[in-house]
Design a protein around this ligand. Structure first.
Ligand code: DGP
Ligand code: NA
Ligand code: NA
Length: 210
């Protein structure tokens, strides 16, 4: 990468089983195959000490008040933000499975105030694109049983989807919504084409914050 050209911050969002993990992997593979420096990331990042608490919470081996776990998920993003910034500025594109919007969606779905949920996300690096894989949660159940993790219940996922839809209509042009029920290949083709247009455009754009 030539000096001054930064990488893009690309986020995948959606309910559990919406296909984020598959699509983010395919996008990383495509960009790498074109010689574009790219790294995958994943939030929650479960290996840090905060991440281990989050993992215990998600696997139901630990209970915490809704507000406390909300702030821990946010802290887990904050503890990695310098690394995110460094990578972007050295020219690496980051493809991230979940970010602040999951933070807001999963907690607001429990009944916490939307603006309260968003507040700790302010100041984090603003994504250049969010790919929101949208589907009614009932249509995702054919993808097999949900696992045993805390949030993997159709009724709860329905409320999460409603918040994601609300965020998507508020956040504006960097949010790209896709029907998650399409084939893996069709979805990947659309995401690839938006990404290929995006990368040269953001390369000289300063980083912004949420
Ligand atoms: P994943 O490893 O992407 O399957 O995420 C694990 C679960 O945690 C999934 O149900 C979504 C949820 N989640 C991800 N980020 C956040 C967050 O910031 N806040 C809350 N409350 N839940 C989150
Ligand atoms: Na999950
Ligand atoms: Na994930």
């Amino acid at each position: 990468m030539s000096a001054g050209k930064r990488g893009a911050l690309i986020i995948f969002e959606g309910c559990d089983r919406s296909g984020k993990t598959t699509q983010s992997r395919l996008l990383v593979e495509l960009l790498k195959s074109k010689g574009i420096p790219t790294l995958p990331m994943n939030f929650p990042e479960r290996s840090s000490s905060i991440g281990q608490v989050i993992n215990s919470y998600l696997t139901n081996s630990k209970d915490l008040p809704d507000e406390v776990i909300h702030l821990m998920f946010s802290a887990n993003r904050w503890e990695h933000i310098n690394q995110v910034k460094e990578k972007l500025l050295e020219g690496t594109t980051l493809v991230v499975d979940r970010y602040s919007f999951s933070g807001v969606a999963y907690s607001a779905a429990k009944g916490l105030d939307f603006d309260w949920c968003y507040a700790p996300e302010r100041g984090l690096i603003k994504p250049d694109a969010v790919f929101y894989l949208r589907a009614p949660p009932n249509d995702l159940t054919h993808r097999g049983q949900y696992g045993k993790e805390r949030y993997e219940k159709v009724e709860f996922q329905g409320r999460v989807a409603e918040v994601f839809n609300r965020i998507c209509s508020k956040e504006g042009s960097y949010f790209h919504q896709f029907d998650a029920r399409q084939s893996v290949e069709d979805l990947h083709a659309q995401i690839a084409s938006i990404t290929e247009e995006l990368l040269p455009k953001v390369a000289t754009r300063p980083l912004d914050t949420l």
